[in-house]
Design a protein around this ligand. Sequence first.
Ligand code: AP5
Length: 248
Amino acid sequence: MEVQASAGVGVQANAQITGPIILLGPPAAGKGTQAKLISQTFGIPQISTGDILRANVAAKTAVGLKAKAIMERGDLVPDELVCDMVVSRLEEADCARGFILDGFPRTVPQAEWLDAQLGKMRACKKGDVAAQRACAAPVVIRLLVDYNVLRQRITGRRSCPTCGRVYNVYLQPPKAQGICDVDGTALVTRPDDEESVFAERMKNYDRQTLPLVDYYRERGRLVEVDGEQPVEEVMAQAFAAIENVNRL
Ligand code: AP5
């Protein structure tokens, strides 16, 4: 993965600073779907650790070779490997007004690491209030979705390997079956969306990621949204959360 240098990239005084946003929720809760909408509207990048790992697996990098079997069985990739990936990504110039973390953090050690990392970033930007807001304490949007709904979303999910757009054969089908509306590419199914792997991912979510709800609630950063509503409703509530936090 190529890391762009961010040194010298300042934040324009009049540019809106959205700051960091975390999307938290179980597999298929809609984190990726909402992250793309937030990214388009607020003009900040979506940083999906799952997408970065899948790109590394496809490219057979050292990270990808370590992560492949772990992801295929539905386990979490080791914290240090994921944190190293995230720190490189946060240094890129497009994070200068904020960023959306989709699928990160996923364990309490990852959350503690992120808080420390954001603290260091703010310290480096001392005296530049706008730049400090871009790496302020994150707003955490938790998407709540029932297990059976998640299972239907997982089995119906298809995605475009070219543009990354996500569809669902039951709930949000493409106009032509199996073909991306945007670029005409044949849609694919993720290997970890098989039902037995999904069950394993859910177990790991409950055991390792759910404690983050208390972690962020105790710090007053958690906003809960009913993720079973239509995409547009979820989006409206997520946007309201982001804008309310920005007014504080
Ligand atoms: P990752 O890619 O992050 O997978 P995930 O968290 O399991 O989440 P998904 O991508 O499955 O779902 P989503 O919430 O983004 O839902 P989506 O919007 O696609 O991680 C994969 C693996 O990588 C992990 O298992 C782990 O091994 C590793 N990994 C990643 N990050 C890691 C980390 N930090 N630490 C350690 N390991 C890590 O939507 C799902 C479907 O539902 C779609 O079909 C969509 O169209 C549909 N849909 C979405 N919203 C709605 C709605 N409101 N109504 C109806 N349908 C909807």
